[in-house]
Design a protein around this ligand. Structure first.
Ligand SMILES: NC(=O)c1ccc[n+]([C@@H]2O[C@H](COP(=O)([O-])OP(=O)(O)OC[C@H]3O[C@@H](n4cnc5c(N)ncnc54)[C@H](O)[C@@H]3O)[C@@H](O)[C@H]2O)c1
Ligand SMILES: [Zn+2]
Ligand SMILES: [Zn+2]
Length: 395
């Protein structure tokens, strides 16, 4: 079958009316609304969302303290789904394919995609205006009024439309209620340790913020054989959970008599080899830089700023050899790399003899909720009571 006849054969091309959790204003509880979801436009696909987990970035953007307020809007970007229909020209997907959504896509053709150096696609990069990449329009509406997207994913809806470059096919045996975490948080942390920092065996690591992102960095550092993985969090409840992901020393800065960077320096003979900021507080980026050693210390920032976006750091920190790097989605080229992470997780499920070190995903899922209770997930994360809460869409 030719690609054009295949794409033309898609059956469901009408508007779908379904339930979506709409944010009408900054920090306002989401409201379950009936929304109209347009058919996929050329090179787009429409998905039936299966599961979506809540990531801190959804909350930061919903609160809109460091980003322009764009409302009404459908949040959600860490998700799994099944292709419902495909737009004109799409040959890579067909109805029924299982996918993860991608908040940064991969066109495979731009300077960055072909560089081997970056995952920041110039065509399908982080979308900040609440519209689709291709035509700057929305695919959601309520009675004709547009409802904005989030990161061109918007998974807090039973159905959503994404660019075909912003989804990746995964094995049909992958449990979609688990691997949705690889669509953002877990992949971001693992990649920061493996691809961005390239943590070496025997090294010392300090991680600020022990949510799913920080603990995924810990998991990655542990698998690389880091000798000491220091976890810093102001929430004392994180201490116990952190050990399961490889944290060797837990420090609550509120229990310390000295600034936390000084405590880290004292216990690491002048600073860690690597530090990771996984909070979303730009003040902590400075602290992370101060906590890694001079000469070669590398601070990696993953957090999305919750208030002030500018960072401040004394130039001497850099003159003495430290480096600061940022990363989105752990530097992974999402279409090329994420299926490998899914397979890594699956092999452990199928035959635990094949992969000596298992990839932990299930352990991050502290809560499961039906879609209609999505606001509880916001409450849990805001109160620091969950790692990941997976929201299950109705069948
Ligand atoms: N770069 C990326 O690709 C990427 C991907 C996902 C999430 N993020 C960002 O990473 C950050 C972490 O995400 P998450 O989902 O793990 O969030 P989370 O809220 O689950 O975890 C953040 C942790 O930081 C702790 N914390 C808050 N203030 C602190 C302080 N002053 N000192 C020490 N600890 C403190 C909290 O107690 C919490 O345990 C967020 O900013 C999020 O937006 C980035
Ligand atoms: Zn995220
Ligand atoms: Zn590209």
């Amino acid at each position: 079958m030719s690609s054009s006849s295949r794409s033309a054969s898609t059956k469901h091309q009408g508007v779908i009316t379904c339930k979506a959790a709409v944010a009408w204003g900054a920090g306002e509880a989401l409201v379950m609304e009936e929304v109209q979801v347009s058919p996929p436009q050329p090179m787009e696909i429409r998905l039936k969302v299966v599961c979506t987990s809540l990531c801190r970035s959804d909350i930061t953007s919903w609160l809109a303290q460091a980003q322009p307020p764009i409302f009404p809007r459908i949040f959600g970007h860490e998700a799994s789904g099944i292709v419902e229909s495909v737009g004109q020209g799409v040959t890579e997907f067909e109805e029924g394919d299982h996918v993860l959504t991608l908040f940064i896509g991969e066109c495979k053709r731009c300077r960055h995609c072909t560089s081997g150096k970056s995952n920041i696609c110039q065509v399908l990069g982080l979308e900040r205006r609440g519209v689709m990449h291709s035509d700057q329009e929305t695919r959601f509406s309520i009675k004709g009024k547009p409802i904005y997207h989030y990161c061109a994913v918007s998974s807090f809806s039973e159905y959503t439309v994404v660019h075909s470059g912003c989804a990746v096919k995964v094995s049909s045996i992958a449990p979609l209620e688990k691997v949705c975490l690889l669509s953002c948080g877990v992949a971001a942390g693992l990649g920061a340790a493996w691809k961005v920092a390239d943590v070496s065996e025997g090294s010392t690591v300090v991680i600020f913020g022990l949510g799913t992102v920080g603990l995924s960095v810990a998991q990655g550092a542990k698998m690389r054989g880091a000798s000491r993985i220091i976890g810093v969090d102001t929430n004392p409840e994180k201490s116990e959970k952190a050990k399961a992901f490889g944290i060797t020393d837990f420090i609550n800065p509120n229990d310390c008599n000295e600034p936390i960077q000084q405590v880290i320096k004292n216990i690491t003979d002048g600073g860690a080899d690597y530090s990771f900021e996984c909070i979303g507080d730009t003040g902590m980026i400075t602290t992370a830089l101060q906590s890694c050693c001079d000469g070669w210390g590398l601070a990696v920032t993953l957090g999305v700023p919750n208030t002030k976006p500018e960072i401040a750091a004394h130039y001497g920190l850099f003159l003495s050899g430290r480096t600061l790097r940022g990363s989105l989605l752990g530097g992974w080229k999402p279409k090329s790399d994420l299926p490998h992470l899914v397979d890594m997780y699956l092999r452990e499920v199928i035959d635990d003899l094949i992969v000596p070190q298992e990839l932990q995903i299930d352990e991050f899922i502290t809560h499961n909720l039906p879609f209609e209770e999505i606001n509880k997930a916001f409450d849990l994360m805001t109160a620091g009571k969950c790692l990941r809460c997976v929201i299950h869409m109705p069948n």
